[in-house]
Design a protein around this ligand. Structure first.
Ligand code: NAG
Length: 306
């Protein structure tokens, strides 16, 4: 009698897709492919792989932001940089002082309120926020004790974020997590997170609480790679203590693609392994990662702390 269950364990992740990868100039292996462009320009600027089940909610969508957009798909080479993508929408919404937004993002960080078009740049957390969703992120401790970002993304009318944000409680006590990049400060939320990888010495840790009524399942337990940056979302006490502990608290399914040779008009390359791609990403993207959303978080905190 053949031992099917054991054989199944050896099978690669069924999500695995081969994607065009503009960073390496070849292809990468991921769970979902993405194509990225700046609005108003027809050229696709960047293609690559996203890794993690968390992207299911954006699969098949082009997420319009005010200046930059990402499209996600899940079949081999679906992120062809020369293909026609559905036209990006022209936004019409007013969000605070901003005009022509596709979606509004109203958030308060510390005690300050912001009203903007949907955030344009950032990590997995900002990028997954879609109309209609609200979430609370806690990522560090400030001298005055206020250390939270509560944010709502919506597109149901001008300044739709105002009403939405007002009614957010998001005070889950499900799990206790560590926050900040060191030390023993804790927060409580639905999930713990840690951002970083063996290539980043400074890790960011904290709590996430999602409004499940507005957008169920926006955040999920697991391991995710977003444009080369590794994230873990876990849900047991202090599971985000450090990278090693966090890694042991989630199941990591690295997508495995069959080694294919992809020939485009100019190049002929073979698929790189995930770790090779990450390394490449970090070498090439370090400068733009510096400006990612979590760094905005840090910048604001440093400013307030200093
Ligand atoms: C979720 O959002 C709705 C709509 O704004 C709000 O009424 C509700 O209080 C929110 N839930 C939590 C837990 O904050």
């Amino acid at each position: 009698f053949p031992m099917y269950p054991l054989l199944f364990l050896l099978l690669p992740s069924t999500l695995a897709v081969t994607c065009f990868d503009s960073i390496t100039g070849g292809t990468c292996c991921g769970d979902y492919c993405y194509a990225y462009r700046e609005n108003g320009k027809s050229k696709i600027e960047e293609t690559g792989c996203m890794i993690g089940e968390i992207y299911r909610s954006v699969n098949g969508k082009c997420l319009d932001e005010s200046e930059k957009s990402y499209c996600y798909c899940d079949s081999d080479l679906c992120n062809n940089p020369n293909a026609d993508y559905p036209n990006w929408k022209q936004g019409k919404l007013k969000c605070g002082k901003e005009r022509n937004c596709i979606a509004c993002d109203r958030f308060h960080f510390d005690d300050t309120l912001y009203d903007d078009c949907r955030l344009e740049e950032g990590t997995i957390f900002a990028r997954l926020m879609q109309p209609q969703s609200c979430a609370r992120f806690q990522a560090g401790k400030l001298s005055n004790g206020n250390n939270e970002l509560v944010t709502c993304v919506c597109d149901k009318g001008d300044n739709c974020g105002k009403k939405l944000l007002e009614f957010q409680k998001l005070d889950s006590k499900k799990v206790t997590c560590l926050m900040g990049s060191g030390g023993v400060d804790t927060c409580k939320g639905d999930f713990c997170f840690i951002i970083g990888s063996e290539y980043i010495s400074l890790r960011k840790r904290g709590c996430i609480t999602n409004n499940e009524t507005l957008f169920a399942g926006l955040f999920k337990i697991g391991y995710f790679i977003d444009r080369g940056e590794e994230h873990i979302i876990c849900q047991s006490k202090n599971c985000n203590q450090n990278w090693e502990v966090a890694k042991q608290s989630v199941i990591i399914n690295e997508p495995v693609c069959s080694t294919t040779t992809v020939t485009t008009s100019t190049t002929s390359t073979t698929t790189k392994s995930t770790s090779e791609s990450i390394e490449e990403y970090f070498r090439r993207r370090w400068n733009s990662l510096i400006y990612s959303w979590t760094n905005v978080f840090n910048d604001v905190m440093l400013r307030l702390e200093g």
